[in-house]
Design a protein around this ligand. Structure first.
Ligand code: MRU
Length: 340
């Protein structure tokens, strides 16, 4: 992804491996500071996943893949490490998919670092292809709405929902993006806006509860989000607030697309009711920039994701084409043989 710092523009990934360290952009600090977090062992990696130094389903998966390789290089028990890494966040399927695949490959005798790097390269390549497939939905003058951050930060490079936007911009199209701020952790306001700014894509951050206003006024042409887990019937989990955006989009006759790599599909689950939704700490709702905004006596509830039923999805943008929810079984073969 392009990152502008002062007069300098450079290409960086959000996660990579350096010797046996896993290096990540510290996403907790953006956009104020661009700093890097170095996980030198499994405990540090688990901290990074749990505390959202690294976040976004595919990026968590890649960090976990490097974590498995690192554990093998440090002669740890792979099965123990796998369980520990998988227990950090329950909803994103990529975390489980990446860990299981890398453990299986390494147990077959493949070189640990190569296994993890191949996994990472595959995710990046899938995201680039999502961009190629999805850019056809973005026209000169399109008005796009997105929720949370499904950009390069969340996927190592390109993004899922943001990949079609990056690709369309690079093809010379100009369009406008409504960026939901995405309470409570503000991934839209802090991360998506930062990425779009770096790419020179025109955008405005809106309060989450302004999305319906703009959709009802006819100011939005298309909604694109990412996903954390997509079940066999096309229901999907994504950042809290996605469900209501999908319902309002349908009410207003707007297309609602979900962009994701194969690693986000979970064909073992029949429907969204089977997805485990992560509940995060109350302080994420109570505090803004460390200042409490709620009465001391109030409790807060903080589900990190919600489930959107398949009937609200116009199509899934994948590296293999755009699929209606009823067609995603066609991806199952590719998913099973993984590296095919
Ligand atoms: O809690 P987060 O920030 O990890 O949640 C991320 C999302 O919900 C993203 O939309 C999703 O992972 C898709 S990322 C390509």
């Amino acid at each position: 992804m392009l990152v502008k710092t002062g007069n300098d523009t450079r290409e960086i990934s959000s996660v990579w491996m350096e010797n046996s360290d896993i290096v990540m952009i510290d996403q907790r600090l953006l956009p104020e500071k661009l700093e890097f977090f170095r996980a030198t062992n499994t405990d540090e990696l688990c901290f990074a996943i749990r505390e959202m130094v690294v976040r976004g389903a595919p990026a968590i998966g890649v960090a976990a893949a490097f974590g498995i390789a690192q554990a093998k290089m440090q002669h740890k028990d792979l099965r123990d490490v796998a369980e520990k890494i998988k227990s950090q966040r329950p909803t994103a399927h990529d975390l489980f998919y990446a860990v299981d695949e890398c453990v299986a490959e390494i147990e077959k005798g493949s070189a640990p670092e190569k296994v993890a790097r191949d996994y990472c390269n595959r995710i990046v390549e899938e995201c680039r292809k999502i961009g190629e497939v999805g850019e056809k939905l973005i026209f000169h003058g399109s008005r796009v709405l997105t929720h949370c951050n499904a950009g390069a930060l969340a996927t190592v490079d390109w993004g899922t929902a943001l990949a079609p936007l990056r690709m369309a911009k690079r093809k010379g199209r100009n369009f406008f993006v409504f960026v939901d701020e995405t309470r409570p952790r503000l991934q839209g306001a802090r991360l998506t806006a930062w990425e779009l700014g770096n790419e020179g894509i025109e955008h405005a951050v809106i309060a989450d509860n302004a999305a319906g206003y703009y959709m009802a006024r006819g100011d939005v042409d298309i909604v694109i989000t990412g996903a954390d887990r997509i079940t066999a019937n096309g229901d999907f989990a994504n950042k809290i607030g996605t469900y209501e955006k999908a319902v309002v989009a349908k009410e207003n006759g707007l297309p609602f697309y979900v962009a994701a790599p194969l690693s986000t599909f979970d064909f073992n689950l029949k429907n969204g009711r089977q997805i485990k939704v992560e509940m995060r700490g109350e302080e994420e709702v109570h505090l803004i920039d460390g200042t409490r905004i709620t009465p001391e006596t109030s409790r807060a509830l903080n589900p990190a994701f919600d489930i959107t039923p398949a009937r609200y999805v116009t199509g899934f943008i994948t590296a293999f084409g755009i699929f209606r929810p009823s067609q995603i079984f066609a991806l199952k073969e590719k998913w099973r043989c993984r590296k095919c």
